[in-house]
Design a protein around this ligand. Structure first.
Ligand code: FAD
Ligand code: NAP
Length: 599
């Protein structure tokens, strides 16, 4: 058996503790002379409840057990009490639970509950978690309900990614890329009549049909795994009880031992006159029954730039109104290069302005809107006319109306997000949260799925593997895609100091672009290396075609701790864009020329 101080020893110890908690009705981690522990043990005695007591001061590995309990529960002190697999807490919390009736309910056992697990929210995270828990033999319910947008748009099971996020976005990005390829194809000998036009309705119908098949697939998968699915809005009414309200207003009540919150986010509005009446958001765009026409996109992050990119790519007149910078939080050199390429390809940018009023000039599909905006730097105002205004100024967590106050789940008042420990557990032990509603975590589909799956395995499968939020790769699907993994150059400098990092970079010219005469210096790649750690790569960035596909593979290498030397010794695949990373010789510091004259 490995020593309990070692990593594997701790994991083994954690497994043992979990088994204990899983198998005993009441477990009290105690110290023999602690007065609070004595009080708790007396309480159970007075209730005539037998408890399994672990006196940590009398055990060799007592200190390590306390550390591991801290990892598991966020509580280091004793007593540390578990009842029927639920973490109750210390002396005060146990006495409080006794007073408010929770202890009685917990002692009555899980069979008292309708379900082992209820998941509120059937999006990326919720579906993954509920299916995994059901595969582990648990009785699971998942609720998913879409509140219609102010424009009345609604959709089916599967959450944001499938219905109004990643999937339709990437397909519309693809529609735009096809337009570009059509133009390039002439140079490769394709001949077709000059008039090429795009049909919005045909594209949207095809994409919506595909989404419909995914919605259906999710329902079937839930049925196959025996997960109970309710198309109802869930909210807590008691610590272990929720109310489910369907679209006709019919209410039902359900109880569970554990809850997972996975309610995701919805687009934020500007809060200026006319925004909810006349503007749309990404929640409306992908199923819009008519072509949006001349469009103003407000915002400058992922959603705004991606939507602006594909709308321009299918031939629309598109303007982006930027409050401050592009892609806040991303490497700014890369963000600006992505924006520059958009600008060179027809997207207009109005920088340092925010809308103050949206008025309808003419109703219709699309109609005509007048937008008034003010400068963020002066008293200047401007006006413009557009057919459609797409607001993409961020998203709000759906945590306000789900009765969290009835259970005592803490929410970060500033942003409505839920703080959790590294096991996705909220401050209320039997309530967990995953996905976009987590405070300080990334808002990406694969993260929500991974966190949901691993959580179910930890809750019901005896696993101790946690979701790793470090070095998560991501791609912004702008017309020229921007993929990255790890730190931006700014963050790396902040973290390691400018002298401790070396940045290697290169422009590259995709072979596919040479014949059509595409720009030879738009594509750019860079790696950021930690000089103090054998030039381990701490940031990787690429702006070019298929950047998402490229970044995925290098992200796996970064997970394994790849260094610059190992990257140099990797043989490239020729002729590809990704091979640029295997031949990066020029450091940014050197100032040497990186422009490409041939591929
Ligand atoms: P969601 O998928 O949003 O699911 C939450 C579900 O819960 C929703 O169906 C909601 O209606 C439901 N719900 C809310 N409250 C209740 C309630 N009280 N009762 C019942 N049901 C409720 N990520 C990527 O990785 N790649 C991308 O390319 C990408 N593109 C995106 C493009 C756009 C336009 C947007 C908006 C997002 C994109 N994302 C992308 C982000 C990704 O969609 C989210 O990170 C992911 O969907 C989060 O999953 P989730 O389970 O937390 O929430
Ligand atoms: P976001 O990252 O929160 O960005 C909000 C943008 O709106 C910023 O540019 C911000 O500008 C601007 N803004 C905020 N308030 C404004 C106002 N009042 N007026 C004008 N502009 C304003 O939001 P998001 O783009 O909606 O993305 C949400 C999350 O979804 C992302 O974090 C991402 O994880 C996920 N997502 C992922 C993908 C992908 O993987 N490809 C795609 C889309 C979304 P400032 O910089 O000035 O604050």
């Amino acid at each position: 058996m490995p020593p309990t101080g070692s990593d594997s020893g701790r994991e083994e110890l954690k497994g043992r503790l979990k088994q204990l908690i899983e198998n005993k009705r009441v477990v009290v981690f105690s110290k023999s002379s602690c007065p609070f522990c004595i009080q708790v043990k007396q309480l159970f005695k007075s209730l005539d409840v037998q408890c399994h007591v672990e006196e940590l001061d009398l055990q060799d590995d007592g200190v390590t057990i306390q550390d591991v309990l801290f990892e598991m529960t966020g509580q280091k002190t004793v007593p540390n009490v578990f009842v029927n697999k639920s973490h109750v807490g210390g002396c005060d919390k146990t006495l409080e639970a006794h007073k408010n009736g929770l202890l009685k309910k917990l002692l009555e056992g899980e069979e008292k509950y309708d379900y082992d697990l209820i998941v509120i929210g059937g999006g990326s995270g919720g579906l993954a978690c509920s299916k995994e828990a059901a595969s582990l033999g648990k009785k699971v319910m998942v609720l998913d309900f879409v509140v219609p947008t102010p424009q009345g748009t609604t959709w089916g099971l599967g959450g944001t990614c499938v219905n109004v996020g990643c999937i339709p976005k990437k397909l519309m990005h693809q529609a735009a890329l096809h337009g570009h390829s059509l133009q390039d194809s002439r140079k490769f000998g394709w001949e077709f009549s000059e008039k090429v036009q795009h049909n919005w309705e045909a594209m949207t119908e095809a994409i919506q049909n595909y989404i419909g098949s995914l919605n259906w697939g999710y329902r079937v998968a839930l049925r196959d795994k025996a997960v109970t699915y309710l198309n109802s809005f869930g909210e807590f009414v008691e610590p272990h009880k929720i109310k489910a309200t369907d679209k006709r207003g019919k209410e039902t009540f359900h109880t569970a031992a554990y809850f997972v919150l996975a309610t995701g986010e919805r687009p934020r509005y500007l809060g200026v006159p006319g925004d909810k009446e006349y503007c749309i958001t990404s929640d409306d765009l992908f199923s819009l029954s008519y072509c949006p026409g001349k469009t103003l996109v407000v915002g400058a992050s992922y959603v705004a730039l991606e939507c602006a990119g594909f709308l321009a790519g299918i031939g629309l007149d598109v303007t982006v109104m930027v409050r401050s910078i592009l892609l806040r939080g991303f490497d700014q050199q890369m963000a600006n290069n992505a924006g520059k390429y958009m600008e060179e390809n027809g997207v207009k940018f109005i920088k340092k302005f925010v809308p103050t009023k949206i008025e309808q000039l003419e109703a219709g599909q699309p109609g005509r809107l007048k937008v008034t905006a003010k400068s963020t730097e002066s008293e200047d105002t401007i006006q413009g006319e557009y057919n459609t205004v797409l607001i993409a100024v961020g998203r709000d967590a759906c945590t306000g109306k789900i009765g969290l106050e009835k259970v005592g789940v803490k929410v970060n008042e500033k942003n409505g997000k839920i703080p959790v420990n590294d096991e996705e557990q909220t401050n209320v032990p039997h309530v967990y949260a995953i996905g976009d509603i987590l405070d300080g975590k990334l808002e990406l589909t694969p993260i929500a799925i991974q966190a949901g799956k691993l959580l179910a395995r930890r809750l019901f499968g005896g696993s101790s593997i946690k979701c790793d939020y470090i070095n998560v790769p991501t791609t912004v699907f702008t017309p020229l895609e921007y993929g990255c993994c790890g730190l931006s150059e700014e963050k790396a400098i902040e973290f390691y100091g400018e002298g401790s990092i070396e940045v290697y970079h290169s422009n590259f010219w995709p072979l596919e672009w040479t014949v059509p005469g595409g720009s030879n210096n738009s594509c750019y790649s860079k790696i950021i290396c930690n000089k103090l750690d054998r030039e381990r790569i701490v940031g990787l960035h690429v702006l070019g075609p298929n950047a998402g596909e490229i970044t995925q593979g290098f992200a796996a290498a970064m997970k394994c701790g790849i260094t610059k030397e190992q990257l140099d010794s990797t043989i490239g695949i020729h002729p590809t864009c990704a091979e640029v990373f295997t031949t990066m010789e020029i450091s940014k510091r050197s100032g040497a020329d990186i422009t490409q004259r041939g591929c």
